[in-house]
Design a binder for this molecule. Structure first.
Ligand code: SF4
Ligand code: FES
Length: 369
């Protein structure tokens, strides 16, 4: 019997058209556009709670709101309110506006403000600094000033065992760690207790999270609420060098990223894709107990986006091995400084220029590969 082909649905996001299977969300359609052409990375709405490998994630933070300017070909009326792109499925002929819609950008400023209402501004001492999704979200979509004077919410400290540190003050209640514990481990002992502004991640009667895959909650946490006790305060992430490595492991795939400071492995994490999501969940033995180079087969440097602060101080192999190449590159990038340029203080322009510069840096680094 011939297999029945389901027709693809056409959706347009910020003017770029793509065909996707029924059931695809707007967020995943946008990601497909960006995966096909990195130039369109700005078509992808930000996500603070959605995490593709975790079933039922999304719909909590509202960071990904977009405007549906036409619902479908059959019913082209716009949707009356902005919709969360991570849980809204596309329809045939749907037209979506992400960064091209001023109302979306304005709303995102409000969402950043809302997420930061109770989030402490302790990036200088937070281990997540440099790989924090809230930092990126605030930089790309937030406002510079704060309008709040009230004290931020604070919580009692909870001990989550020997490996995981919970810093509840930083939690944005995205529920990713709860879904991870539910879906990846066989005994979830933590969850969200209480409601409203009393809601908090907690282990009931302070039970330690002690099963073989519990360490993954650290990797999925978008902020510094759950951190690795074996790595805390050891190093800033941009001073460490990430390297892909693997080992034969009975419990997981053993594919990890090792983070080096000099010759020392200071941290082991799962490998993440370009959306910051784990490709595979790894076990606690690989994550916390294998911190020697001899435990691993090294595959090579981890690909880090040029615009990421993690790539700071890391040089492409061409620049080290071939000084001529470095000189040519420097010559090609040389730009005479134009002193007549206006002095820019307007924050939207500064942000736009930074986004464009990051884009250019990414393009240059892809061209060198
Ligand atoms: S601890 Fe982290 S992963 Fe868990 S709900 Fe809070 S922000 Fe999300
Ligand atoms: S990422 Fe869509 S609501 Fe959080």
């Amino acid at each position: 019997m011939e297999a029945i082909q389901t027709p693809l649905l056409k959706v347009t996001i910020d003017g770029i058209e793509i065909s996707v299977p029924p059931g695809t969300t707007i967020m995943n359609a946008a990601r497909k556009i960006a995966e096909a052409d990195a130039q369109h990375a700005d078509k992808v709405p930000p996500a603070m709670c959605y995490y593709e490998p975790l079933k039922s994630s999304g719909g909590k933070c509202r960071a990904c709101l977009v405007k549906v300017a036409a619902g479908s070909e059959k019913d082209p009326r716009p949707m009356p309110k902005l919709v969360p792109s991570c849980i809204t499925q596309v329809q045939d002929g749907m037209v979506v506006e992400n960064t091209t819609n001023p109302a979306v950008l304005e709303t995102r400023k409000g969402i950043v403000e809302f997420l930061l209402l109770n989030h402490p501004l302790d990036c200088p001492i937070c281990d997540q600094a440099g790989e924090c999704h809230l930092q990126d979200f605030a930089f790309e979509h937030g406002v510079v000033d704060t309008r709040t004077q009230e004290e931020r919410r604070t919580f009692e400290k909870h001990d989550l065992g020997p490996y995981i540190q919970l810093h509840m003050n930083r939690c944005i209640l995205c529920y990713r760690c709860v879904f991870t514990a539910d879906q990846i481990t066989n005994q979830r002992v933590h969850g969200v207790l209480n409601r409203g502004d009393h809601a908090e991640i907690s282990t009931y009667i302070e039970k330690a999270i002690s099963n073989d895959f519990s360490g993954n909650v650290i990797d999925v946490c978008p902020v510094g609420a759950l951190t690795d006790k074996t790595f805390r305060f050891k190093n800033r992430v941009w001073f460490s060098k990430p390297v892909d490595a693997h080992r034969n492991c009975e419990k997981c795939s053993g594919h990890v990223t090792l983070w080096y400071r000099g010759d020392e492995v200071i941290r082991v994490t799962g490998r993440k894709n370009i959306w910051g999501e784990l490709k595979e969940f790894i076990c606690n033995t690989c994550r916390f107990e294998k911190k020697e180079t001899k435990d691993w087969v090294i595959e090579g440097p981890t690909q880090v986006q040029r615009s990421s602060v993690i790539s700071a101080n890391k040089y492409g192999k061409n620049l080290i091995a071939k000084p001529d190449f470095a000189l040519k590159l420097a010559k090609g990038q040389y730009k005479k400084i134009d002193d007549s340029r206006p002095y820019i203080t307007e924050e939207d322009t500064i942000r736009q220029l930074s986004i464009e510069n990051n884009k250019l840096a990414n393009e240059r680094s892809t061209a060198q590969d």
